[in-house]
Design a protein around this ligand. Sequence first.
Ligand code: SF4
Length: 402
Amino acid sequence: MPISSFHPTHNDNPNPVGQAIDPPGFCLSPDPPGDPPGDRPGGDLSNQELHDLRQALLRWYGESGRDLPWRRTRDPYAIWISEIMLQQTQVKTVMPYYDRWLKQFPTIAHLAQADQQQVLKAWQGLGYYARARNLHRAAQMILAEHGGEFPQDLSSVIALPGIGQTTAGGILSAAFNQAVPILDGNVKRVLARLRLIEVPPRQAIKTLWQISADLLDPQQPRDFNQALMDLGATICTPKNPACLLCPWNDRCLAFQTNMQNELPVSEKRAPIPHKQIGVAVIWNDRKQILIDRRKPEGLLGGLWEFPGGKIEPDETVEDCIRREIQEEIGIAITVGDRLITIDHTYTHFRVTLNVHHCQYVSGEPQAIECDEVRWVEVAELEQFPFPQANVQIIEAIKQQRQ
Ligand code: SF4
C-alpha cells in the first residue's frame, strides 16, 4: 500500500494498541525547553514568511482541496470517526465504512450503548481493532462525563482513549475551527522538507510541532490544517513530490537544494519477525465448527478466530495444532488435510497461517486461553467479527463446500 495514499491527518507510526500517539511536546514559545541539541534546525520562520506560506497554501487549497465527506460536516462525532478510521487506512477504503458506521451508530449515544461485538463487526476489515474498542470506550466516557457532547477543550479530548495530539488537533480544528496544530506522518514529511530538517523526524519532533504550530493560520485553522493534509497527500508525496505544482516551492528549502527526494531522513528499522502459526478448523459430527473469542485487550482483542498457535522449532504443523488445541481448549482432535495457507503482515511481525481441517475426538471445549468457545454452523460464521486473515479462512471453507 503506497504511503501516499494514506490519509494525511495521521501519524504514520502504527498504533496497534490504540494508545494516544504523538506526545504533546509542542509549545508556542519560540524555543521549547528541553529540546535536545540540534532539534531546532529550520524551526524559525519570520512573520513575513509565515504570512506568505499561509496565504499560498490557503489559496491553493481553495482551488485544489479535496471534497471529502467528513469535510461537509461540522459534527465532531462524525469528524472523530473519520479521523480514527483514517489512521493507517486509505481514504477510498474508509469511505464506505464511514457511511455505514454513521448509519449504524448515528450519535455518540448510539455508539456508547452498542454491544462491543456489534462495534467490532462494523469495523471488520479495517484492521487495528484497538481503534474500534477505543472508540467504543471513548463514546461511553463522553456519555458519562460530558453528557454525550464531544468535548471542546484539548485536555479533555486527549484524555479520551485512542486520541493523541495530532488526532485531537484534526478534530478540534475541523469541528470547532480551533487553532490546534497537527503533526501526522504526512505533515512531518512536508515540514521536514520545507525547513530542510536533515535528521529523522522522530529526532526533531519538538521542532516539527513548533513549525506546525507557528505556521497554523490563527484566522483560518480549519482550512489551514485541511490544506496541509491535502498538500501531503496529493503534492508532497513520499516519492517524487510534485514540487513544480506546490504552492510552497518558492519557500521550500528542500526544493531549493534539490533535496526533496532525500527527505525526510528515514530511520533504520530492524526486519520484522516472521511467525509460523498452525490453525485448526475443527469439525464435529454435526458439521459444526469450533471458534473462540480472544481476550478483550491486545492484538485483535475481542475478535473471534479459529484456534491455533505458534509452531515451535522442530515441530510439525500437525503436532503444533494438536498441542495448541489441547492447551487452549482442552480437547483432543485429529488433524486432516491442509485447507489454506495465508500470509499476513501486522505492524511488528508477519505470520503464515497453516490452516488444516481437523476432526473433534473427545473432551469438553473450555475457554482456557480465550474468553469463549462456541460450536457454530458455517452459515453462522458471518455473524461474528473476525480478523481479516480469518475471513479468508471462512471464504476457503465456503468455496470448498460448493
Ligand atoms: S516544494 Fe516539493 S518538497 Fe517542498 S513542500 Fe512542496 S512538494 Fe514538498
